[in-house]
Design a protein around this ligand. Sequence first.
Ligand SMILES: [Zn+2]
Length: 315
Amino acid sequence: MQTKSKGISIVFIPSRGRTKILRVSPLFIYLLCVSLFTLLFFSFQFFSRLHQVKLNYIAVSSFSEEEKQQLLSEELSVMQDTLTEINTIHQSNKDMTSGIANMDQETRKKLSLRENKYQYAVNTKNQRLSSVNLTLNPTAIYELKDAVSIQNQSLKGITRNLEIYSLAVNDFIAEQKKMPIGYPYGNAYNISPGFGWRRHPVFGTPDFHTGVDISVPYGHGLKATGDGRVVEAGWNGGYGYMIRIYHRNGIESLYAHCSELLVNVGDTVRRGDIIAKAGHSGTATESHVHYEIIYNNVKVDPEEVNRAIEKARAR
Ligand SMILES: [Zn+2]
């Protein structure tokens, strides 16, 4: 009985019957104490944690709702901006496409080329992109934006090339207009005599005819055969009253035996402008125009020049 003295004895004394004695070992008491303490500790931990979670939940659930709305509206606003941007680029693409078509038509008209069969196909219906028609799918919208931007870049390239081409065509046409073409009056059938050796109509001696003579009724207008600048306008011996026009690259045209001059030195003239009136001033028997083409100070046959031009044009 001595060994059990370290423990605790619990004595039950009921109002009736026998008294009961429960012996409890020290290990049991120790375990009980540890268990109680652990339970108490974890309970406290649990409840304080639960409280924290509750607080957090309240805070998070109320805050995140607002934040969610805010985020959504921000996202929506970004999407709307992107759509607006796409629409702007799309509109500019449409404008560019019609600009390209116009430029193409104009250039073709200038060069007397056939109309382009290629269609600058842009649906002319009002193709405004609407956020309503699109599922609000950010990936699709950014892909669309990329596609529209790439189209924009390529259209810009085409526009730039066409502008350069158009400028080149304008230069080419301007240069073409500076070439003396045709005759100041009538056509090749009115020429007598032509360029080359002949017997001089007044002196009866062999004479090199440096131009072509075209019969023109007295006082009738003489046309400039190409765009250029008047470099001589006045009396010049046997030529009588004459005009000389500088065209380009050493090419000049000359109109002699006029009765009246209508332009002055320094004037700019265009092909077809009436520059003088026909007559028989200087060494001439009847009213006609003596027409010359001069290339680098050498007189050349106007008929040959015109034939060469016709040949080149037919190509
Ligand atoms: Zn002549």
